[in-house]
Design a protein around this ligand. Structure first.
Ligand code: MG
Ligand code: MG
Ligand code: MG
Length: 305
């Protein structure tokens, strides 16, 4: 029986770095924990691992009988099919509370702040454990990614303070430049199929019995996808049928313009029109100021179901 630390399916940088940072912390506290992941990593996460010369966490798709630490979600749908047969020792998250439950007491750090790695930074501070330079650099990048370089409404003073402290530890003072390079790596779409783009940062949600899939592409310039929107929508339609979804959304988030072009295929378009008080045209609409799926999309969409 091993103890693993991992984040959600279709891992983002917060999930991968969180697995690494939690495993290191626990190891320092005398517990043997292996950093893990549930799937392939993104170009952004590869950029971070390369930059700090870090090892790719182990792929773990079954956890029955193991102990686990969970990062960056508490929705059962985001974890291994046999997650109920694992023992959850702890949770480090910054999302709405999901439907994971436990049969034993656990450690739980859930805060309404910008990034799980900010939560984890607080746990390091709580235990008085020094963060190594490379892990500090990766945690800093994860926070800059999740908070969209502090632009996201999910970003708090705790996050900006954590980035400043981590930048001192890792010795990178121009962290905004590093973050831009990271987002440029994340924005690469050349050679990617419509399905790859529609699944790049995809999460499924159970909304009162209806399955809703929401994907988000955070880019420095979404106009590079202008010519591919029809292709993306056609693929979303196919995804909807294959996976029995009520609604499929892809958010093309422009981090420079600070808004999102929402593309949607749904059994009921009026749900999104009501949620955001907008009219869809050709299955899409520009949502000014919308950067955060968790704070600006889910809380408005969920009550429609
Ligand atoms: Mg995440
Ligand atoms: Mg996160
Ligand atoms: Mg994100």
């Amino acid at each position: 029986m091993a103890t693993y630390a991992f984040g959600h399916k279709i891992p983002d940088s917060d999930s991968i770095v969180g697995a690494i940072s939690i495993a290191y912390l626990k190891n320092q506290l005398g517990e043997e924990v292996i950093p893990a992941r549930q799937g392939d990593i993104s170009a952004e996460t590869q950029f971070i691992l390369d930059k700090f010369d870090a090892k790719l966490p182990e792929l773990v798709t079954s956890v029955a009988g193991h102990n686990v630490y969970i990062v960056d979600s508490t929705d059962k749908i985001h974890f291994q099919d046999d997650i109920d047969e694992a023992t959850i020792l702890g949770i480090f998250d910054h999302h709405k509370l999901g439907d994971l439950t436990t049969s034993t007491p656990l450690e739980m750090w859930v805060r309404p702040i910008g990034c799980s790695n900010t939560v984890i930074k607080e746990v390091y501070d709580y235990h008085g454990v020094d963060i190594p330079k490379d892990i500090a650099g990766m945690m800093m990048c994860a926070i800059l990614s999740d908070t969209v370089i502090f632009k996201s409404p999910t970003c708090t003073k705790v996050d900006t303070k954590a980035v400043k402290e981590l930048s001192t530890i890792c010795g990178i003072s121009d962290y905004k430049k590093l973050a831009m390079d990271m987002f440029i790596a994340k924005s690469q779409v050349n050679g990617a199929s419509a399905r790859e783009l529609n699944k790049r940062d995809y999460k499924a949600f159970d909304m009162n019995g209806s399955k809703v899939g929401i994907n988000q592409l955070e880019m420095v310039d979404i106009s590079v996808l202008d010519a591919r929107k029809a292709e993306l929508l056609a693929d979303m339609k196919a995804m909807k049928e294959e996976e029995g979804l009520h609604t499929v959304i892809t958010l093309l988030t422009d981090i420079m313009l600070e808004g999102s072009q929402l593309l949607m295929v749904s059994d009921d378009e009026s749900k999104i029109e009501t949620a955001f008080d907008v009219k869809l045209e050709n299955s899409q609409v520009w949502l000014k100021g919308v950067l955060s799926r968790k704070k600006q999309i889910i809380p408005f969409l969920q009550p429609q179901f």
